[in-house]
Design a protein around this ligand. Sequence first.
Ligand SMILES: Nc1nc2c(ncn2[C@@H]2O[C@H](COP(=O)(O)OP(=O)(O)OP(=O)(O)O)[C@@H](O)[C@H]2O)c(=O)[nH]1
Ligand SMILES: [Mg+2]
Length: 351
Amino acid sequence: MLLINKIDGTNEDTVRSEFSRYGFSEMLTVSAAHRQGLDDLLDEVVERLPEEGTTETLDDDPGRMRIAFVGRPNVGKSTLVNRLLGEERMIASEVPGTTRDSIAVDMERDGREYRLIDTAGLRRKGRVDEVVEKFSVVKTLQAIEQCQVAVLMLDATEGVTDQDASVLGAVLDAGRALVVAINKWDGLTEYQREQAEALLSRKLSFVPWAEVVRISAQHGSGLRELFRAIHQAHASATMEFSTSEVNRALEIAYETNPPPAIRGHVSKLRYVHPGGSNPPTFIVHGTRLKDLPESYKRYLENFFRKRFKLVGTPVQFIFREGTNPYEGKKNVLTERQVKAKRRLMKHVRGK
Ligand SMILES: Nc1nc2c(ncn2[C@@H]2O[C@H](COP(=O)(O)OP(=O)(O)OP(=O)(O)O)[C@@H](O)[C@H]2O)c(=O)[nH]1
Ligand SMILES: [Mg+2]
């Protein structure tokens, strides 16, 4: 859109005819200082916005693996993306908050196509008050939502902080595959490396399925290992299952270790069917499933992880009462999208 500002105090028709001489047919005239023409401007903007719920441009090329690089400010996300591209496409600097918007760049490596998404560093929620930064947060959360694998970058020289935990939380909320990359590994002494290892394994113990790789974005070390982990996570997150193989798995899991009796009753797991990917989702049907203890759910998850070699991705189980596998809604994706939207709104409002 062509926008002509400072229209106050001029003859609007003269200005319009002046600009149309240059070949512009559509233009809006405003005065930012005097709020003139702003209503029309907003109407035009709203008209051009994409339909609500469309996943925009990041999803337009299904053959491309979408990888988002996330982490708090200054961990080296832009440096890494530049390193992978082999050119200085992103601005990287020692000033935290350099990247303000998510930027997607396509790349080919060893015959495979990727879309790399560099994102703005996320701070802890309470610290986000500037409008620009709220915009950055929303864009980063969208990138997480739209990627297939999120690479969470940590700074080896600074350990794991609350800010890292909040970025990790966003990835887990979205159910995305995850690889943890410890960056700036180059700058550490042997002692510091040992310290860092110990701290990290403690802090990351609640995501035991995520692979951790040590890299230096600046020197380009560890990148082969990083890509191996990304591929592994991607393959797991997008794996397709047949109904018969998941039922076989459930049967063995159930027979090896049936659920415990709760108040004299035992939950029955009768049937399972695949409910979608990214993350892999299994919908289990049975009776008294509300009584199924958390420990048993974890057992099932681990059993499925082992049997199907699922690494680097969350795994979701949905439990439904009743034995008919086709009753009720089957549209798992939509549920997730609704949740995603709620999450975005929460962040936008800065709650
Ligand atoms: N020693 C060392 N420094 C690094 C490495 N990677 C990045 N840096 C430095 O860390 C600083 C921040 O790098 P950026 O790539 O801008 O960080 P970012 O995560 O994109 O930061 P924001 O855009 O602010 O979120 C720069 O001064 C980099 O030179 C690394 O592997 N080793
Ligand atoms: Mg950056």
